[in-house]
Design a protein around this ligand. Structure first.
Ligand SMILES: [Zn+2]
Ligand SMILES: [Zn+2]
Length: 222
């Protein structure tokens, strides 16, 4: 586990990263990895304190996979956007199909245990003191990023952005994006915020000057 900035830890779980944030009132977890990864997350949590809340970027199985298990085992409050709720709670009939990979994802989603959402959060909400929600639709409709007011600002992008092997800032595989136009708009909106650091669901963190990197990416056509 890597400490990105003071009290913000990145736990790499193979294909995806989750993040643990130590606060005065317990630990906040951003995303939950794949199904079956609750135990390894709990082991990493233990020395840091009790789990207070889970912020979910979106419903994909590499981010929401262990949400049900962690919520149940720790009693932590689960926070997500309303548009992700049908997928997270298992009410797929109410969900809009999205993305070219959706058949593949749905097949894997079937293995994700449904859970309850304790608190819905939209753009500008502050569900936990110090954390501001930025609605970043595109990858999924209810995709959320989170800005933490610490160390000059830390952005948790979920799958709204990623870094490549060479450390460059990039979008996700276009086949996983439900609405590429809105995803590009969301990247532009993120670039309007100020933050020194950024962490991603996929790829290594950016430490220092992160917002400037987003501004470059937002104006450079791919
Ligand atoms: Zn995703
Ligand atoms: Zn992902």
């Amino acid at each position: 586990m890597q400490e990105v900035v003071d009290g913000v830890f990145e736990l790499r779980l193979g294909v995806v990263n989750v993040h643990l944030v130590v606060t005065d009132d317990g630990v906040v977890l951003v995303d939950t990895g794949l199904p079956g990864q609750a135990a390894v997350i709990e082991r990493s949590l233990r020395p840091l304190g009790r789990l207070r809340a889970i912020l979910l970027s979106h419903h994909h199985p590499d981010h929401a996979g262990s949400a049900a298990a962690l919520r149940e085992r720790t009693g932590a409050r689960l926070i997500a956007h309303a548009a992700e709720a049908p997928y997270l709670t298992g009410h797929f009939e109410a969900a809009e199909p999205e993305g070219r990979l959706r058949k593949f994802l749905f097949r894997r989603l079937a293995k994700v245990e449904p859970t309850k959402i304790d608190q819905l959060a939209g753009d500008g909400a502050e569900p936990i003191p110090g954390f501001t929600v930025v609605h970043t639709p595109g990858h999924t409709r209810g995709h959320l990023s989170f800005l933490l007011d610490r160390a000059g600002g830390v952005l948790f992008t979920g799958d709204a952005a990623a870094t490549g092997k060479d450390g460059s800032l990039a979008g996700l595989d276009p086949r996983t994006i439900a609405d590429p136009e809105r995803a590009a708009e969301s990247l532009t909106r993120l670039a309007e915020h100020d933050f020194d650091h950024a962490v991603f669901g996929h790829g290594r963190p950016i430490s220092g000057g992160a917002a400037a990197r987003f501004r470059e990416a937002a104006i450079t056509p791919e």
